[in-house]
Design a protein around this ligand. Structure first.
Ligand SMILES: NC(=O)CC[C@H](N)C(=O)O
Length: 257
């Protein structure tokens, strides 16, 4: 049975473990760096990213998490977890917060406003539906959610959400911490922000699939993880070191101190 690590410092880790259970997969709580040695993929849940970052720092998790990402292990960040994976975040608290990075994008931490401006929306998810079947849409639960404002060329966009185009022009002032106005769902003049992406081993969603009964994002991540594992094992070209064959280092587990 596949085992998936779920970062369990804060936020909706129990809900992710329950969603994994529904598709027959065991989720294990990760709180310490060396626990990452026992899992081949990781989910970073939603919650509050500044608090989560402080806890991760306290437990000295950042070097191990960065190494996990750098080694090409599959990692899925939802909401605060997505913020963790971004290379660049705006709208942070004074002093900023540490990020894991790896995902070539700029994210706005609280793009959709404060907690009371949280909302649900049907998102068009063609890639998810083509891989997992089911409806062409997914019910996105956005809780004080971030949005991705820019992505690099390697990033595949999996879902977008319409926003008033003036909001996008104004995202700079939002990025500087200015108050974000009341969120309007029915907008006429539309731009778009990105709310789900994939870049190689990294998956990110600005919303919370673990809070819905639809487990397609979980099974999508599992498939992605299996593909990555199969590719890694088929690229097992023996290396010759001092006349002896050795497995390539990329398949070794990291050693954390
Ligand atoms: N639901 C969430 O994970 C919210 C994330 C929140 N915007 C943050 O900065 O951490």
């Amino acid at each position: 049975m596949a085992v998936v690590g779920v970062l369990a410092l804060q936020g909706s880790f129990n809900e992710h473990i329950a969603a994994l259970r529904r598709i027959g997969v065991k989720g294990v709580e990760i709180r310490k760096p060396d626990q990452l040695l026992n899992v081949s993929s990781l989910i970073i849940p939603g919650g509050e990213s500044t608090t989560m970052a402080k806890l991760a720092e306290f437990h000295n998790l950042f070097p191990a998490l960065r190494e996990f990402v750098r080694m090409g292990r599959p990692v899925w960040g939802t909401c605060a977890g997505l913020i963790f994976l971004a290379n660049k975040a705006s709208g942070q608290k004074t002093g900023g917060q540490e990020l894991i990075g790896g995902l070539d994008c700029t994210i706005h931490r609280n793009f959709f406003g404060s907690q009371i401006q949280s909302f649900e929306a049907e998102l068009s998810v063609p890639e998810l539906a083509s891989k997992e079947g089911g409806p062409e849409t997914f019910r996105g639960i956005f809780i004080r959610a971030p949005a991705i404002l820019e992505v690099g060329p390697e990033v595949q966009i999996l879902a977008e959400y319409p926003v008033p185009s003036e909001r996008l022009l104004g995202s700079d002032s939002a990025a500087k911490g200015h108050k974000v106005g009341i969120w309007q769902d029915n907008v006429e003049e539309e731009g778009k922000v990105i709310v789900a992406v994939r870049q190689g081993n990294l998956l990110g969603t600005a919303f919370h699939p673990e809070l819905t009964a639809d487990t397609r994002w979980h099974s999508y991540f599992l498939k992605m993880a299996n593909e990555i594992r199969d590719e890694a094992s088929s690229s097992h070209v023996p290396l010759e070191v001092n006349g002896k064959y050795k497995q390539p280092l990329q398949n070794d587990l990291p050693i954390f101190q």
